[in-house]
Design a protein around this ligand. Sequence first.
Ligand code: PRT
Ligand code: MG
Length: 205
Amino acid sequence: MSFHNITVAIAKGRIMKGSQSLWKQTGLPWPVDEDSRQLWFRPQDDHPGVLIARARDIPTLVGMGIADLGIVGLDVLEEYSNTHVLQVADLDFAHCRVVLAGQNEHWPVGPTRIATKYQRITQNYFSVHRHPVEIVHLSGSLELAPVIGLAPYIVDIVDTGNTLRQHHLIEIVTILKSSARLIANQSHWRTKPGLEQLRQVLHRV
Ligand code: PRT
Ligand code: MG
């Protein structure tokens, strides 16, 4: 099968590491040269190209059809997805959870402030539970928010739980279980040859 027309947008960091081993398992040559500062590796021979981007930009790049496919965590997809993007496979790596955490194990009593980089996920969750919250957007170092008195609760990604423990924070509830997902541009998915075949190659391993 020829994938020479196909570009996959991949989030750098953990998702890229996992994608690299997925490419290895499938026998596809990994086109990314990590020592170069290049971010766009064009399709070569019969192999798909790879575009490296920030995680939160992947749904935009796929939705606009700049890339045909994308690989991104479900957490990022729930937060930043758009109507032009389809989820086509669970790739079963980069497992983690989006959790509510605080300085004790109790669910907040009354209106409360929550620091997070996941505004949409947090707002939806507390709307469903009809619990009033004020969301403070931070883009990193969430664990510091309770310590410095910015917000008593955070909504953040947890894997082993070590980071929370180090900051004396306790998990209260899991809001979302996440893993790496393969996403597709909706109209490319319907019309472009090779996308379903590439999905099968990536999903079957
Ligand atoms: O830096 P940038 O904002 O571009 O992206 P990023 O830092 O979120 O990228 P990256 O590659 O580190 O994570 C990308 C995706 O990996 C996330 O969107 C998740 O879907 C997934 N993932 C899986 C994780 C983790 N596990 C994880 N543990 N993302 C982040 N973490 C963080 C966690 O927040 C904590 O601070 O790693 C730290 C260690 O976690 P513990 O619980 O093991 O201590
Ligand atoms: Mg990071």
